[in-house]
Design a protein around this ligand. Structure first.
Ligand SMILES: [Zn+2]
Length: 116
């Protein structure tokens, strides 16, 4: 572990200055860098749910979601040179995105049951 500790300007976490870029820790760099793709991922996910509820074909949207996930992986790899760490970051990003969707779905379900 080398050198000086600094505070990340976004989350305030203390990290080695060698791991920061523009004053941000790696976590925050990754989060910022994939932000727009995560929004895109969320948008496609909602679209797929909507289509599915109308029994429409969701295959193409599924492919778009997979492509967005590939692009998220690509950006993470640019920031995180270590492969294993990159995979961890990717998992975390996708789980966060999916967790959010599942929560929304569960909430929707609850209302459905309540409305019966
Ligand atoms: Zn940070």
């Amino acid at each position: 572990m080398s050198g000086i500790l600094v505070f990340c300007r976004d989350c305030g976490k203390q990290v080695a200055s060698s791991q920061t870029k523009e004053g941000r820790c790696l976590d925050c760099q990754v989060r910022r860098s994939v932000g727009d793709l995560r929004d895109e991922h969320a948008r496609l996910w909602r679209k797929r749910e909507r289509y599915r509820s109308q029994n429409a074909n969701v295959e193409q949207i599924g492919r778009q979601i997979a492509r967005t996930e590939d692009r998220i992986a690509q950006r993470i790899k640019e920031l995180v040179p270590n492969d294993r760490e990159a995979v961890d970051y990717l998992k975390r990003e996708l789980e966060a995105a999916r967790g959010q969707r599942e929560l929304e779905a569960a909430r929707g379900q609850r209302y459905t049951i309540k409305g019966v």
